[in-house]
Design a protein. Structure first.
Lengths: 184, 136
């Protein structure tokens, strides 16, 4: 994956397949300890210990259309290449949290990329699931919450193309002002 | 900080959309939408499915084609990603492989608008080796 945003787009599909109704996406940029942390937390069905221990095995997948599952292995590779790691906490019936840490200044850390595009796309494509996206860099914090959008929209679907592009612009504008990542 | 897009602007957009949608529903063929599904598993995303999906969503809207663009999982054609499945009203769906933005444009202009098949179709009866041999 060329961008961290694309990893997020990919990993969130796991939450969707796990039947999540609420997914929290977080990016935390911390220059003091030189880290960039990405976390995805869902309230899906979760995994037992045995399954959870197998997710970073490329030859393990829960799907039947093919025999490999590369989402988490690729994220793990990407994080480890940039001096970081991936951790996963999951509990059956409760949900799953996956956290990837990158060294912020590492030359092999992928750029954050188009998170506004990714978040608006997944929120629009999955109208029955709620998403939050919290991006912080030092003191600056921006939080997007699809529930707020839906409340305003009333009977209009969050999946309407114009709403999707609106959300994308809204997130981008909010992030642009102060985030380091926006200047990459 | 300069004024950014706010929820108030969204409210205005909602009202505009509401009237547009009620017009759409009163039109002659309600419910008959073109369906486009973009395969968005790891393989698709790594090959550029996000750009294809954004392109389809934006351009179908711009070109006044009533369509629903959604994402789907891996259909097993990882070698041909990005793939998209297009279903015209009342017809069987067609899967296109190796869809870049140029191909996506061609699919909209020729297939969706005029019903003319374009190159790059993955036959639906395609069988993987696994299926034929009953798995490895």
């Amino acid at each position: 994956m060329k961008e961290i945003a694309l990893h997020i787009l990919d990993i969130v599909q796991n939450s969707i397949s796990a039947g999540a109704t609420l997914v929290h996406i977080g990016i935390m940029e911390n220059l003091k300890d030189d880290s960039l942390t990405v976390s995805i937390n869902d309230n899906g069905q979760g995994m037992d210990k045995e399954t959870a221990s197998k997710v970073s095995d490329p030859f393990f997948t829960s799907r039947t259309t093919r025999k490999v599952g590369l989402g988490i292995p690729l994220l793990k590779h990407s994080a480890e290449q940039a001096g970081g790691k991936v951790t996963l906490i999951s509990e059956p019936g409760r949900g799953t949290t996956i956290t990837a840490v990158f060294r912020h200044s590492h030359i092999d850390r992928p750029p954050v990329g188009d998170t506004p595009g990714v978040v608006s796309l997944i929120a629009g494509a999955n109208p029955h699931i709620d998403f939050t996206y919290r991006h912080s860099a030092g003191e600056d914090v921006y939080v997007f919450d699809s529930r707020e959008i839906k409340e305003v929209l009333e009977d209009i679907s969050i999946g309407e193309p114009r709403i999707i592009s609106y959300m994308k612009e809204m997130i981008a504008e909010n992030l642009n002002g102060f985030f380091l990542a926006g200047k990459e | 900080m300069t004024k950014v897009k706010s929820l108030d602007d969204l409210r205005k957009m909602r009202d505009q959309l509401r009237s547009a949608i009620s017009l759409r529903e009163k039109s002659e063929h309600p419910g008959e939408l073109v369906q486009v599904k973009v395969a968005m598993a790891t393989c698709g995303i790594a090959s550029g499915a996000k750009e294809v999906m954004e392109f389809m969503t934006a351009n179908l809207e711009k070109r006044n084609i009533e369509a629903i663009v959604t994402q789907t999982g891996c259909m097993g054609y990882c070698y041909a990603e990005p793939t998209i499945e297009v279903r015209l009203p009342g017809q069987d769906s067609v899967v296109y492989g190796f869809v870049d933005l140029k191909k996506a444009d061609e699919i909209i202009e020729k297939y969706i608008k005029q019903g003319e098949l374009v190159d790059g179709i993955i036959p639906v009866n395609y069988e993987t080796i696994d299926k034929k041999t009953g798995g490895i």
